[in-house]
Design a protein around this ligand. Structure first.
Ligand code: NAP
Length: 248
């Protein structure tokens, strides 16, 4: 069945939202909220997950939207959200792995608990959600996983943010593993790797002259772009700078 679907790829310049169903984790604020607003406005059917659904209800989303509770650290939570989305919309075409945490844990200091929290939310949470949706993504024929990783998953500045970097390097490996899984089904994965983005997560970080914080809406635009790419335009990584960097 999956093989037959793979034979049905058609080469287009963009994939249209049409009836595509996209799940977005951590959609109640920050990049996840901006992505939910952007994709809803474009006509996607969206399923939004957050720990506290009250924070989603307060956003008053328009369009074809469903809300569901989701905690990255609870395996059953991913299974339940995927099942509810499947039941409500009848399909799952894409997952935006967005929810994440950054806690200070450096080379010299940082608790096991904080390291474990970042590992659980930034790597194992997305993994659980992908496992819960993989059959749907493969059956879609144009399944997409967009992983909101970070430039901190590409390079390390100093030693102060080691715990977060490690979790985001792991998130990058997850993205590449998905890319190499069942390519023939049309499943594609893209890591979005921003520098500083203007959200709660980095509200205590100042930007020197010449640097800036990327708007959440701009990051949402890169996610929408990645979702629009057809099967024959697979892009593994999109790097988004908030300052001039020599390597990227
Ligand atoms: N801001 C940046 O500079 C930046 C740069 C590069 C990459 N990123 C990545 O972008 C993604 C979104 O971050 P953001 O900047 O939008 O941060 P944010 O405004 O702090 O939002 C983080 C989101 O993750 C959710 N979350 C945290 N722990 C969770 C858990 N255990 N279960 C479910 N949801 C959980 C939060 O939910 P609650 O509201 O319930 O806490 C919230 O929705 C993250 O993966 C982050 O690492 C951010």
């Amino acid at each position: 069945m999956l093989w037959l679907r793979s034979r049905q790829w058609s080469s287009t310049t963009v994939l249209r939202p049409d009836n595509r169903v996209v799940m977005i984790s951590g959609a109640n604020r920050g990049i996840g909220l901006a992505t939910a607003q952007a994709l809803s406005a474009q006509g996607y059917r969206i399923s939004l997950g957050a720990r506290d659904t009250g924070t989603l209800e307060a956003r008053n989303f328009d369009g074809n939207v469903m809300l569901h509770s989701w905690d990255a650290t609870v395996e059953q939570s991913s299974i339940d959200w995927a099942a509810a989305t499947r039941h409500h919309f009848g399909a799952i075409d894409a997952v935006v792995l967005n929810a994440g945490v950054m806690i200070k844990a450096s080379l010299e200091a940082g608790s096991d608990h904080d390291m474990d929290t970042m590992w659980n939310v930034n790597f194992k949470g997305p993994l659980k959600l992908v496992r819960a949706t993989l059959p749907d993504l493969q059956a879609s024929g144009h399944g997409r996983v967009i992983n909101v990783a970070s430039l901190s998953g590409k390079r390390v500045f100093g030693s102060g943010n080691l715990g977060y970097c490690a979790s985001k390097f792991a998130a990058m490996s997850l993205t590449h593993a998905i890319r190499q899984h069942n390519w023939q089904s049309g499943l594609r994965a893209t890591a979005i790797c921003p520098g500083l983005v203007d959200t709660d997560m980095v509200s205590d970080i100042a930007t020197p002259d010449g640097e800036f914080k990327i708007s959440p809406a701009a990051v949402a635009g890169t996610i929408a772009y990645a979702l629009s790419l057809p099967n024959d335009a697979s892009v593994a990584e999109i790097l988004v700078n908030s300052r001039l960097e020599g390597t990227f």
